[in-house]
Ligand binder design. Sequence first.
Ligand SMILES: Nc1ncnc2c1ncn2[C@@H]1O[C@H](COP(=O)(O)OP(=O)(O)OP(=O)(O)O)[C@@H](O)[C@H]1O
Ligand SMILES: [Mg+2]
Length: 226
Amino acid sequence: MALLAHQLKTPLSTINALAQGLMRRADRLSTNDIRGRAEKIWRASLRLDELIETIMSYTRASAGGIVLNPSEFNPDDLIRRICREQGNQEPERPFHLDIQDLPDFIVGDPILLEQAFVIILSNAMKYSPPDQPIGIAARTEEDMIRITVVDKGIGVSERDLPFLMQPFFRGQNAKNLPGTGLGLSLAWHILKLHGGGLDIESEEGRGTSVTITLPETNITGFSYTI
Ligand SMILES: Nc1ncnc2c1ncn2[C@@H]1O[C@H](COP(=O)(O)OP(=O)(O)OP(=O)(O)O)[C@@H](O)[C@H]1O
Ligand SMILES: [Mg+2]
């Protein structure tokens, strides 16, 4: 809890300091300065919103179980839309999409799967410099869809790698970046519920590759408690 509170306090302090500066000096700042500071406030509030959203999702899932609402959807459309929406947050960053031969429809919970994919994609963005490319490749192999997200970021040490999917765990080299340590654990549960899985390969200082596997139709159950 102390770690979580600290994570929430960091963007709040940024907002606090910037807003106070604006209040005190607004009449002496140029429009560009004001715009720059407003943008920083906006980014810090987005970060805060993301952290709170993750905590709420995790709490909901562990209190009542994740309830699956399966429907048919087009995986290609879902992946492209999420990449576009995430990409809008960092216009300087190249996203390389390589999606081949996915089925027209798969059965799963599109809202939960979107959440899992956003967790993985936003990790790739958070843990790599904003000008470095992110690769997203999707294929079908033996009725399983494999989606791989590759970044050229800080990577994960060999020592930390086995623990990444444990709730609250954060890598040694990630601790000065905002995060709850709950994202991958939630993503893993969502994929397990779909009869799929999550694999992570990484090399510290070089980058990380996270692969989602997802069956086209197989659903293991309708509700699941963490
Ligand atoms: N793409 C990545 N590159 C480097 N490290 C990563 C990457 N993805 C995950 N990690 C490591 O795994 C840890 C757990 O990730 P997870 O998404 O669960 O939590 P988080 O990013 O710390 O916080 P949040 O859940 O709020 O996003 C991270 O703290 C980080 O050490
Ligand atoms: Mg994360």
